[in-house]
Every structure is written in C-alpha cells, then in structure tokens.
Write a protein that binds this ligand. Structure first.
Ligand SMILES: Nc1ncnc2c1ncn2[C@@H]1O[C@H](COP(=O)(O)OP(=O)(O)OP(=O)(O)O)[C@@H](O)[C@H]1O
Ligand SMILES: [Mg+2]
Length: 532
C-alpha cells in the first residue's frame, strides 16, 4: 500500500510542479488573465487536494500496519516473558519487561508509521524527480542526481553515531525500571536496615545518567538534522543559481526554469524527513531488538496438537529414570528418579533441602523437560501435553504462594475466576481461614498489600489452600505446605490439607514428618552432590 501510494504521490508532485510553472509562465509572459487560466488553476487545486488525500491514506495505512505489528510483537513478548517466568528464569526482570512492553514497543510507532513509509518515498520520489527534470532541464537533473546521494551518506554517518546512544539510553531506562521496582518491593527491608536513603541516591544517580544519555541523543539528533538541511539547501541553491544564470542569458525558458526550480527541493524533502524520522524510530528499534532476544530465549510451547489430555484421577503418572539439570548448574538437580503416582493416592516426596522436590513438581507440571528418562501419563509425555488443558487438571500450591495487591476475594478467585461468593466462603471454610477473614472489618473485600502483605505466614498458606480448594482440580501439587510454621499453626494447615486430599490425587513435597504422615506413601529423593 505504501509503495503504491508513494508512486502516486511522486506523479502528483511532478504534475503539481508542471501546472504551477505553466500557470505562472502564462500569467507573466503570456499575459493571460484569470478568465483564461481558470481551468489550469482548477486542475492545480485538484492536484493539491489529491496530494493531501494520498498523504492521508498513506498515514492511515501506516498507522494500521503499525498498530498491528506492535500488538503482535507485544503479544509475543508477553507470552515469552510468561514462559520464562514460569520456569523461574533469572533473565526476566519484571520492571524491564514492563518498560519493553509498553513505552519500548510504543516507540516503534515512529518506525512503522513514519520511518518505513518515508523510506520508500525517499527511494521512489528522488528517482522520479530526476527523470522528470531530465525531460525539462538536464543540467538541473545532473546537479540533483549528484547531490541527492550526499543526504543518505551523511545520514549513515550520523546514524552510526546515534545508534550507540539510543541503545545505551534504552538499557539505562530498563535498568532504572528494574531497579526501581526492586527497591519499592523491598522498601521495608531497606528502611529497617537504614539503606533507603542510599538507594534513593542510587536511583538519583541512574536517573541522572538517563537524563544525560537522553540529552546526548537529542544533541546528535539536532546536529544531524542541521547537517541534512544544510546539504539539501546548498544543493537547491546550486540548482537555482544555474537556472538563474541561464534565464538571464536567455538560453532557458521561464516555464522550464520554474518547473525545475519547483521540483528540485521536492527531491530532497523525503530524504530529509527520513533523517528526522530515523531518530524517532531508533529507540523503538532498540526495544524491538531486546524484545526479540527475549522471544527467542523463551522455550517453545509444546505443540499439544489437540491430542487428548489424560485424567490424573484415572491414569497413573509414571516417572522413569528422570535426569534433570538446570543450565546454570554443574551437577544435576534430579538423577535417576523413578516413581509412580497412582490415581487417588497422596504421594509424599521427602528429602533434604535442595534435593529437587520443587524441581520434580515443575516437571510434573510440564514446565521443565528432563534430559533423560520420561515423565508420562497414559503413555504421553507430560512436557508434550497441551499445556493449558493439562494445567486445568491440576492445582499447584507453590512453596511461597503469591498474592497480588488486591482484595482477598480476588486473590482466592484466581483458583476459579467467576466463582460465586458462597463458593469462595466454602473454600475459605475448607481451608480453615473462614474465621480469620470474617474477623477482618471488610471481610472478603479486605485489601492485601503486594505479596500478601498484612497476613501471617500460616494465614497466607491457608489462603493459598483455599485457592486450590476453589479450583477443585483432580491433581494436587503441594510444595512444602507447612514450611516455616509453628506447631499449632502447622496443625491447622495440616487439617486443611487432610480435607483437601480426600478424593484427589496428590503429590506433596515436604521434609516434615507430620506432612508425610498424611500421605499414603512416601518416597525420598537423594540430594545430588556436586561432582567436583
Ligand atoms: N531456577 C534455578 N536455577 C538454577 N538452579 C536451581 C534453580 N532452582 C533450583 N535450583 C537448584 O536445583 C537444586 C534443587 O532445587 P529444588 O528447589 O528443587 O530443591 P527442593 O528439594 O525443593 O529444596 P527445598 O526443600 O529447600 O525447597 C538445588 O541445588 C538448587 O540450587
Ligand atoms: Mg522446594
């Protein structure tokens, strides 16, 4: 669409210049009046209007394309970010991702809606102008043909210098955002250790760095547009002088001279605009590059290809000779693990800290792939199941359940969005936190701070259980449900866990004997010592 409109625009520019030169030459030298020039002037007005319409259509097409490309990229980035976050990849920092996904990718607007269409015009228009000039005045055509390439040449030189600047600017902004989020999240810790002020200094320093980087980029931008304007102006001046001399000598007609004079600046205009838009798009390009590295780093989603997803309440899960190692670690987290989770049983997984219990749960969820052995249900590799459908069959309570800043009801409803209030209360009752919530002045609508701030550890744990109750999935994955709790609170949580295990298949990771006591069977994982 842009190429097509660009060609039409080039033709219209030539037509406009020709009509204008014609009208002026006829009026001055031909001595014609308004009555005789009415028709060409009306045509000229028509051409001007058409140019405006073409410019509008080009802008519209570009804005559409830009919006589509941006939302595609943003979707890809968020999906990749979610996949990396699901396996706890340290490369994902929430603040950086947020900056990339919103202002970063938004900066691509300049690239798609202005730079790219303008780039096409910058190729089409000068060539069309030179051809048109060749027909009217070959000397002007020659001057333009030799000076036009100077503009992209200077642009490339300046561009090489700015590229570094914009990349540095984006990475500073990302660092700032990531750091800021971290600091705000840990504000209490910082305050209590008396480090809040020092952190404020750090943020001030990074902000200052960002400001200086932004100004440096702007400086280069202004300088470069100055250079481009200068080249274009000087070139047009040369054309004008050459035409003026020939007009005085009488070796050139007014019509041809005017035509060349009107057309010459048009040859440089799109190139100058490309130069200006380049800087606007550079920031977006840097963001896009970062986005692509994240998208490429994310593990591919298994195809799932619509095959059936087995039901864990009917078919056993079989792990056979599993070996798994984290890429950053030298020794494997799991090695030669074989076990079976039978339908309806509660399997305890015991072992010292670091023996790979949480890792094994990640494998059962299909978030990690073993390098050796297989994890299957109903003969199908868990990692290859359709992830959404598989996750719909399980409820997972992580070692440190996450709560969002929001009401208790919203946090519990994460288990099953759209659950009625009565269902939420029933889940809270089953998890043994009904009285705790009821005692709060706002009840279900009480607002939790970020990360569940404002609740005791035991209450948080039971709230997480309530979430799982509400989900009511056939397979339950519990990771250290009683870690860090005192005897009495542990008892309360265990009572809730016991209610939860009824009629479900469960894998419970814990090194606490009391938790193991709830299970039908317990397997113990061996810790894999480092080889060195
Ligand atoms: N994201 C990760 N990247 C690299 N190594 C990891 C990662 N998560 C865990 N590990 C390593 O893998 C091993 C097993 O960790 P895992 O969290 O599965 O142990 P765990 O049995 O759940 O321990 P705990 O009882 O303390 O929860 C540990 O040596 C740990 O350092
Ligand atoms: Mg663990």
């Amino acid at each position: 669409m842009s190429v097509l409109l660009g060609c039409v625009a080039a033709l219209l520019i030539v037509a406009q210049a020709w009509l204008l030169a014609d009208v002026v030459a006829e009026a001055f030298l031909g001595g014609r009046g308004l009555d005789q020039l009415g028709l060409p002037m009306a045509v000229l007005a028509g051409v001007v209007l058409m140019r405006a319409a073409v410019a509008w259509a080009a802008e519209l097409a570009a804005a559409r394309a830009s919006a589509q490309a941006k939302s595609e990229l943003r979707g890809g980035l968020l999906a990749a970010g979610a996949r990396l976050a699901a396996i706890g990849d340290p490369r994902v920092r929430s603040g950086e991702l947020a900056v990339l996904a919103s202002p970063g990718i938004d900066a691509l607007d300049g690239y798609f809606s202005r730079y790219l269409p303008q780039l096409l015009l910058a190729v089409i228009v000068p060539i069309a102008m030179v051809v048109a000039l060749l027909a009217a005045d070959w000397i002007s055509a020659l001057i333009v043909a030799f000076t036009v390439p100077l503009v992209p040449l200077f642009m490339a030189l300046v561009g090489a210098a700015t590229r570094e600047h914009t990349e540095a600017q984006l990475s500073t902004l990302q660092r700032l955002a990531g750091h800021f989020l971290d600091v705000v999240a840990g504000l209490q810790t910082l305050k209590l250790f008396g480090r809040a002020r020092a952190q404020a200094h750090t943020i001030g320093r990074v902000t200052d760095l960002y400001r200086r980087r932004a100004l440096a980029t702007l400086r280069v931008t202004f300088l470069s547009s100055l250079i481009l304007e200068l080249v274009a102006t000087v070139a047009v001046a040369i054309v004008a002088v050459a035409i003026g001399i020939r007009l005085m000598e009488g070796s050139m007609g007014l019509r041809a001279g005017l035509f060349a004079l009107i057309l010459a600046p048009e040859a440089y205009a799109p190139l100058r605009r490309v130069g200006a838009n380049y800087h606007e798009s550079a920031e977006g390009m840097a963001a896009a590059e970062r986005a692509f590295t994240i998208i490429e780093a994310a593990p591919r989603r298994p195809p799932g290809n619509g095959r059936r997803v087995p039901d864990p309440s009917a078919e056993p899960i079989v792990l056979c000779g599993i070996g798994f190692a984290y890429p950053q670690r030298r020794s494997p987290a799991l090695s030669g693990v074989s076990l079976e989770v039978r339908p309806g049983e509660a399997l305890g997984v015991a072992g010292t800290s670091g023996c790979g219990k949480s890792t094994m749960l990640a494998l059962l969820m299909g978030l990690r792939q073993p390098y050796q052995g297989s994890a299957r249900i109903g003969g199908l590799e868990i990692g290859m199941l359709d992830r959404r459908a598989w996750h719909a069959r399980l409820a997972w309570i992580p070692q440190r359940p996450h709560f969002f800043g929001g009401s208790i009801a919203d946090n519990v409803r994460l288990g099953r969005p759209g659950a009625s209030e009565a269902e939420v209360w029933r889940a809270l009752d089953a998890a043994g936190v009904r009285d705790v919530v009821r005692a709060l002045p706002l009840g279900l609508d009480s607002v939790l701070g970020d990360g569940g701030f404002g609740l005791a550890a035991g209450e948080r744990q039971r709230l997480a259980l309530a979430r799982a109750f509400l989900r009511d999935a056939p397979l339950l994955l519990l990771d250290e449900p009683t870690a860090g709790l005192d005897g009495r609170t542990e008892g309360e949580v265990l009572a809730a866990v016991r209610r939860m295990l009824v009629g479900r298949t469960a894998v419970v990771a814990s090194h606490r004997p009391a938790v193991a006591g709830l299970c039908d069977r317990v397997v113990t994982l061996e810790r894999q010592e480092s080889a060195t």
